[in-house]
Ligand binder design. Structure first.
Ligand code: SAM
Ligand code: SF4
Length: 435
């Protein structure tokens, strides 16, 4: 019998990339094969993101492209992940293209739903769970030198702008022993870097083990050379965690510290639970304990009722902290969130766009200055593979900055940790030579 072929397209964050690996494992166990194009697939799955409106629009755009294939040869189409969870029946009712809808806590139901869909029956499972962590499923990874492990799922913070608590449900952590076993298996298969993932990764808790315990346990595994984590929340940074980051040579000196806004009234409206002063004090504490740290951030411009003066405080904070890089977003109202229910999305789009542009310009200047300051220095790079050009290697510094260098020296391969001297820099990339 011919093995049905599945093509999965993934949108959004690293957690979605990880979930796609889980979905592949679940489908593989039920006899499905995989293909890398919709043209050769029997089933196309879109693993979606709901975080901002443009994420939605991208998925609708892709669904439009699948229409002729569906007509031609009765392709089965599934929408997985956050958008499925958030839109539920709306999608099934509004778009006859879609056969199957599965939320992030219901991937185990997918094989049955696909079988029914092949027989012409549409279906959806979008239940949220307080327990599902997929801890027993080994993700079907593309083997390489880096890997992700989701250590917790969901979020209980309810930032007023954010849809994650509704699409991914309550916070829950996997047990530490299982995670360590998974990382040991990765190390045995040649993986050098593990990134611990969670919507709110540093609120990880397994009985008496907190996130610092987990980081240290993974960093101590023989063969693992680097451990990263994302995304932490600024509210959960006890000294013990900073000690772990600063003190363990294998824990990368990079912290992504989402700010969102630099004004106290806006932070309160967002329910971020810290003030501007508390956030700045945390930055000082991190830099004091770990001067080599590379800080990056997320910012939302144009949140409900944000005035020019309030935005100016965000701008000022970015200038003061001097992040190495930043993701800067226009506020995008999301269905069901507290902000959508309680506040007016009243900052005109043109003003949101202008605030984003001003922050991006400021940040690019800072990023370029910081990268150029590295010229002449020798840094350690983990080689991840070929650069855009086949005669170049591409890797990352400990601080997560992309670094490219010519393939001149022998003995270097993907997974090598090698010293390079920085020779040039742009806003996003360091250029180097092996030393
Ligand atoms: N858990 C992380 C935290 O606490 O910051 C963030 C996870 S979220 C998937 C990634 C980023 O998307 C957020 O930090 C925020 O900047 C952005 N984001 C979330 N909701 C948004 C919205 N409604 N409009 C614009 N950006 C949004
Ligand atoms: Fe969303 Fe806030 Fe949870 Fe981050 S902490 S996922 S921004 S609700």
């Amino acid at each position: 019998m011919r093995v049905p072929q599945v093509f999965i397209e993934t949108f959004g964050c690293q957690m979605n990339e990880y979930d796609t690996e889980l979905v592949r494992a679940i489908l593989k166990a039920r006899g499905y094969g995989f293909t890398d194009s919709a043209d050769t697939a029997d089933v196309v799955l879109l693993n979606t993101c709901a975080i901002r409106e443009n994420a939605h629009n991208k998925v609708y755009g892709h669904l439009g492209l699948l229409k002729p294939l569906k007509k031609e040869r009765g392709l089965v189409i599934g929408v997985l992940g956050c958008m499925a969870q958030n839109l539920k029946q709306d999608i099934l009712a509004g778009d006859t293209l879609i056969d199957v809808l599965v939320g992030p806590d219901s991937y185990r139901a997918l094989p049955d739903l696909l079988e029914r869909a092949a027989a012409g029956l549409k279906g959806m499972v979008v239940d949220l769970s307080e327990y599902e962590t997929y801890a027993d499923i080994v993700p079907d990874r593309i083997e390489g030198v880096t890997a992700w492990i989701a250590v917790m799922r969901g979020c209980d913070n309810f930032c007023t702008f954010c849809v994650v608590p509704y699409t991914r449900g309550r916070e829950r952590s996997r047990d530490l022993t299982g995670i360590v076993r998974e990382a040991e298996a990765l190390a045995a298969s040649g993986c050098k870097q593990v990134t611990l993932l969670g919507q709110n990764v540093n609120s990880y808790q397994d009985d008496s083990h907190d996130f610092a315990d987990l980081l240290l346990a993974v960093a101590d595994i023989q063969g693992i050379e680097r451990v990263r984590f994302t995304s932490p929340h600024p509210k959960d940074f006890p000294d013990k965690l900073l000690e772990a980051v600063a003190g363990h040579p294998k824990i990368c000196k990079h912290i992504h510290l989402p700010l969102q806004a630099g004004n106290d009234r806006i932070l309160r409206l967002m329910n971020r639970t810290y003030t501007r002063a508390e956030y700045l004090a945390l930055v000082d504490r991190i830099r004091h304990r770990c001067p080599a740290i590379v800080l990056t951030t997320d910012i939302i411009a144009g949140f409900c009722s944000e005035t020019d003066a309030e935005f100016a405080e965000t701008y000022d904070l970015v200038r003061r902290v001097e992040y190495h890089s930043a993701y800067i977003f226009k506020y995008s109202e999301r269905k069901n969130t507290i902000a959508a229910r309680k506040f007016a999305d009243d900052v005109p789009d043109a003003i949101k766009a202008e605030r984003v542009a001003r922050l991006v310009e400021l940040q690019w200047g800072i990023s370029l200055k910081k990268n150029r300051a590295l010229i002449g220095q020798v840094v350690e790079v983990l080689v991840e593979g070929d650069g855009k050009r086949a005669d170049q290697w591409r890797g990352r510094t400990d601080g997560n900055i992309v670094t490219v260098f010519p393939k001149i020296a022998d003995g270097i391969k993907s997974g090598s940790l090698i010293a390079v001297r920085i020779t040039d820099a742009t806003v996003t990339t360091l250029y180097a030579e092996a030393v």
